[in-house]
Design a protein around this ligand. Sequence first.
Ligand code: NAD
Length: 260
Amino acid sequence: SQTRHVALITGSTSGIGLGIARALAASGRDIMLSGFGEAAAIDALRHEIETEHGVRCLYRFADLADPLACRALVAETESRLGRLDILVNNAGIQHVDSVPDFPIEKWDHVIAVNLSAVFHCSAAALPGMIARDFGRIVNIASAHGLVASVNKSAYVAAKHGVVGLTKVMALENAQRPLTVNAVCPGWVLTPLVQRQIEARAEAGGLSVEAATAQLLGEKQPAGRFVTPEQLGAFVVFLCSEAAATLTGAALPVDGGWTAQ
Ligand code: NAD
């Protein structure tokens, strides 16, 4: 029997990462899940993915703010699932404050999780991909990897950094069957954005519906959310042979946000 490819998706206990993990499992890859969550819920999810798609699905916790934990997560994926062919650097956090008010520890934490973890996980994954002569690294950046918004200094700096790091890793591996790309989603309705909608509703004395419409209306011409399922399908395409020469790109999936 042919060996199945293995995909590690960081931050796959929720939101976009979970959508990507489901899509990669549906396309026949073994999966390593990672991220915060309640043990029983994660175990149920793991079993659901295994039975629904007939692949192996394991879980390992790692706090990606810690460089050694990033590297250990990759090493354990290789040792428990035998290889690592697809790395999706998806875990990310947000903090909203103006630059003078931005707490130092929040700055450091956002940069660590949203940018440095991409470096550490990729650095650990690349040698195995190079040795096996195949690899796909997909970094989930953001529309905020291409343009800015007020009060998101650390996030915007980290996501622009991810786009730059993506280009370097793509160039370093351009002559190999190994691609590195950044996906730049617009608004996706996940817990990360739900919290921003609730804060907006509270600050403006608005209903959640009105706050949602305001959030979309400011940035996303489509007027509707990008979905985790759409992003999952896009990542599956990036991992395919059809995308073998698509590398070093920052690809918006943003309902027109960055076309403006
Ligand atoms: P989410 O909050 O639903 O999921 C984030 C995931 O990252 C969770 O699994 C969480 O456990 C994990 N995580 C957070 N901190 C971690 C840490 N220190 N160590 C390990 N895991 C950690 O958020 P989401 O909206 O699905 O975001 C996923 C990615 O997509 C992020 O990088 C985010 O910046 C990016 N993104 C989101 C949107 C959006 O509108 N939701 C838009 C553009 C980009």
